[in-house]
Design a protein around this ligand. Structure first.
Ligand code: ATP
Length: 760
């Protein structure tokens, strides 16, 4: 078959001519054979001829045949040309074969190089693919970013629209605000004036404050010197007292011996008197007897003269006279012995009277010494009293200036069974400014530092702890409301701190020690003319219910009548708290209060938890109301001492509580968290303080936010397994330390103190 491209080339060379301007007409004489390399099938020629015959009917046949011949001629020429071309093709073919072989060699080379190139290309392609995938990733990311950007753009647009709206409203407001601004500028200028004046006032206040501070410093110095003076005076005083008592002892022995001597003298004088009487009697008798003897002798002589009497009568008379003589002799003897006794007695009386004169002189001397000592003693006592007054005043001023709840932290020692080999979680900084006040706790590898008014290490004794609060107890006697409470995790030592270990005097807690101090001071103040009356109440808050822990004297006893009792807490305008139906017992000795405390601690709700064998399950509130009157000045004071052992804070999971214990624990935690809320509100100086959220906070309202002197113990366990709880307690205590309460007020009213059921 001839390709259309070849036919076109032939026609271009003029070997094919157009038939009538329409067809190409080759020579068909050799139809069905090869014509110069061009194959024509018979069907082609016949179709061609058929076409020509058909065309004969329309055109001139002769002309057509001539054309046909011409056409055949041309085809033959074509054929020849084809043959020539074929031979040239053959040559060309050989040449091409050679060049093909060369080309094949070249191709192999090219193939080799192309394979190399292919490999290179495939690596490049792989690289490119990687690049492509990263680019695609970037692209997808960018697309996502783009989407997000579009979203934000949409939002921004929305925002812009809304801001445009708000801008419109704002511009309105702006115009209003500009008006306001101008008025505010005016106000600002007036405020600035006021500010300047306030600054001046502030600077004057600061100066005044500086002056006060310097006054305070000088007062503290003078307090210290007074304290020293007082100590020396007290020493002198005690020395004088010792001298006085020894002199009085001497005086009393001398007096006794003097009295003995005068008694003996009197006895002897009486005896002498009796003896003198006896002697007189004997002398009279002797004189009588002598007279009788003389009469008898004269009679005997007369008788002898006249011998008118019988011999018997004579004998009788002789016997009588002998008897009288014997009696006379006897009486003479008696008189002699009596005279001896009299002289002895008289010498003794003389001795006694000289010694009594001496004793009287000595007595006089000692009396003078005693009056001198007593005068010095009264001077010293008045000095001590003045010093004491000044000390109290300064002490209270210092506490008042502090104006916040003071917080002491106490870390108990490790108990048997607790892991002492573990790394210690609590340490105490030794830097001067934190010494005795700082504590560091490590929890989960993180160190937390705290500072309080005082930190008691595990070695601190009950006495060491009491020394720090004894001044507060003194304040209660001076007419202040005082509140000390212990807070901490269960088993951290709250009850130990407040009550101590029963039966071991060195380990008695703050409550018994406070009572001792109060009754001792009461005794010592009695000599200064003060008389005190004390009332005690004890209650516990268990499951948000108040329970009276003292036996009631009323007909329906505490146990029987407790169901009917209300125990409603009320605060009066003077800051006193009243708990209705609560038993108040008058007490006048430590023994009485100790008995009541024992009774109360037996009635208190305790239970065993995983954390403590004897865990207090309630908040224990001990209240002592002190009213004192000075007989000399008529001054009256009314103080209150509240000592509170709170129930332990604990995590439900750690305490292992179930059933009733679980209910107790939940109630304890609720009231303690109410306490936290109150403290936080006070620390933030919020207007509303939620005192009423629990009975505990409502009861303690005057102590937490009122005008009392309040102190908190935060008890800590050193066991590292408790460090989480310890951290919570310490954080709470730090907040409490920052709380400012009202300035403590001394209750010194002169009216009658009618509040038997008052709590604090
Ligand atoms: N400073 C201390 N020295 C010696 N032992 C202590 C000290 N503090 C506490 N303990 C002992 O630790 C144990 C637990 O103390 P305590 O009962 O006082 O804890 P608590 O805080 O009152 O517990 P709860 O809240 O459960 O009543 C007791 O056996 C107590 O004797």
């Amino acid at each position: 078959m001839v390709g259309t491209a070849t036919l076109r080339r032939l026609s271009q060379q003029g070997l094919l001519v157009a038939n009538g301007g329409q067809d190409l007409c080759p020579d068909t004489s050799n139809a069905g054979s090869e014509c110069g390399g061009i194959e024509f099938s018979r069907e082609d020629v016949e179709t061609l001829l058929g076409e020509k015959i058909k065309a004969k009917n329309k055109f001139n046949y002769k002309e057509r045949c001539e054309n046909m011949l011409e056409y055949i001629k041309r085809l033959r020429l074509c054929l020849r040309w084809f043959q020539e071309v074929e031979s040239s093709y053959m040559n060309e073919n050989e040449r091409l074969t050679i060049s093909l072989e060369m080309a094949e060699g070249r191709l192999a080379e090219i193939e080799f190089s192309s394979r190399n190139k292919e490999e290179e290309l495939s690596s490049i392609v792989a690289e490119l693919r990687e690049n492509l995938s990263s680019v695609q990733e970037k692209l997808t990311k960018e697309e996502e970013d783009k989407k997000a950007a579009i979203d934000s753009l949409v939002k921004e647009r929305e925002g812009r629209l809304s801001s445009e709206k708000s801008q419109a409203s704002l511009s309105e407001e702006l115009s209003k605000a500009q008006l306001e601004l101008s008025s505010t500028y005016e106000r600002i200028s007036s405020i600035n004036d006021m500010y300047k004046r306030l600054q001046e006032y502030n600077s004057s206040l600061q100066q005044y404050n500086c002056k006060l501070q310097s006054d305070l410093n000088t007062t503290s110095e003078s307090l210290q010197s007074l304290e020293k003076e007082k100590a020396t005076l007290v020493e002198k005083f005690s020395h004088l007292r010792g001298q006085h008592s020894s002199l009085q002892e001497q005086f009393s022995t001398i007096k006794a011996s003097h009295e003995d001597a005068s008694k003996q003298k009197e006895l002897l004088a009486n005896e002498v008197q009796c003896l003198r009487g006896d002697l007189q009697q004997v002398r009279e008798e002797r004189d009588k007897n002598r007279e009788q003897v003389e009469a008898l002798t004269t009679e005997v002589a007369k008788f002898k003269e006249y011998t008118g009497r019988s011999i018997a009568e004579l004998d009788n008379l002789t016997l009588k006279s002998k008897d009288l003589e014997a009696r006379c002799l006897n009486q003479c003897e008696q008189v002699r012995t009596l005279q001896d006794k009299l002289t002895i007695a008289e010498t003794r009386v003389e001795e006694y009277s000289t010694s009594s004169v001496e004793t009287q002189a000595l007595c006089e001397e000692q009396r003078k010494l005693i009056t001198d000592l007593q005068a010095r003693l009264t001077v010293a006592e008045s000095k001590v009293m003045e010093g004491e007054k000044l000390r109290k005043k300064l002490h209270n001023t210092i506490l008042e200036l502090k104006g916040n709840i003071r917080v002491f932290c106490r870390v108990r020692p490790l108990l048997p069974g607790e892991n002492s080999s573990e790394e210690k979680s609590i340490s105490y900084p030794t830097a001067m400014e934190f010494l005795g006040r700082g504590l560091e706790l490590v929890q989960n590898g993180q160190k937390h530092s705290f500072t309080f008014d005082k930190v008691f290490m595990p070695e601190a004794s009950q006495d060491d702890v009491f020394v720090e609060i004894s001044q507060l107890v003194q304040s209660a006697l001076d007419g202040y409301k005082v509140c000390v409470f212990a807070y901490g995790q269960t088993g951290s030592g709250k009850t130990y701190t407040m009550m101590g270990k029963p039966g071991i005097p060195e380990e008695k807690g703050l409550i018994p020690r406070c009572l001792e101090q109060i009754f001792q001071t009461k005794q010592s103040h009695q000599s200064q003319g003060w008389k005190y009356e004390m009332q005690v109440s004890m209650l516990e808050i268990y499951n948000e219910m108040i329970r009276d822990l003292l036996p009631s004297n009323r007909p329906n006893g505490a146990e029987n009548g407790s169901a009917a009792k209300q125990y409603v807490i009320k605060h009066d305008p003077n800051g006193n708290t009243h708990v209705s139906d609560l038993t108040m017992v008058d007490v006048c000795s430590k023994r009485e209060v100790s008995y009541l405390l024992k009774h109360a601690s037996h009635s208190r709700s305790v239970g065993k938890t995983q954390m403590n064998e004897e865990s207090s399950r309630s908040h224990f509130v001990f209240t002592m109301r002190i009213s004192g009157v000075s007989e000399s000045t008529g001054q009256q004071i009314h103080g209150v001492l509240n000592l509170i052992d709170l129930a332990g804070s604990e995590r439900l999971s750690k305490s292992g509580s179930t059933g009733d214990r679980l209910k107790e624990t939940q109630s304890i935690n609720k009231s303690l968290s109410s306490l936290c809320d109150v403290i936080f509100a006070l620390a933030k100086k919020e207007e509303y303080v939620p005192y009423r959220n629990s009975k505990l906070t409502y009861l303690l309202q005057p102590c937490l936010g009122g005008d009392s002197k309040t102190m908190m113990f935060v008890n800590i366990s050193p066991d590292s397994s408790s460090s989480g709880e310890s951290l919570c307690s310490l954080r709470f205590a730090a907040r409490v330390n920052a709380c400012e309460i009202g300035v403590p007020r001394r209750n010194m009213s002169t009216r009658s103190f009618e509040s038997r059921l008052s709590y604090g």
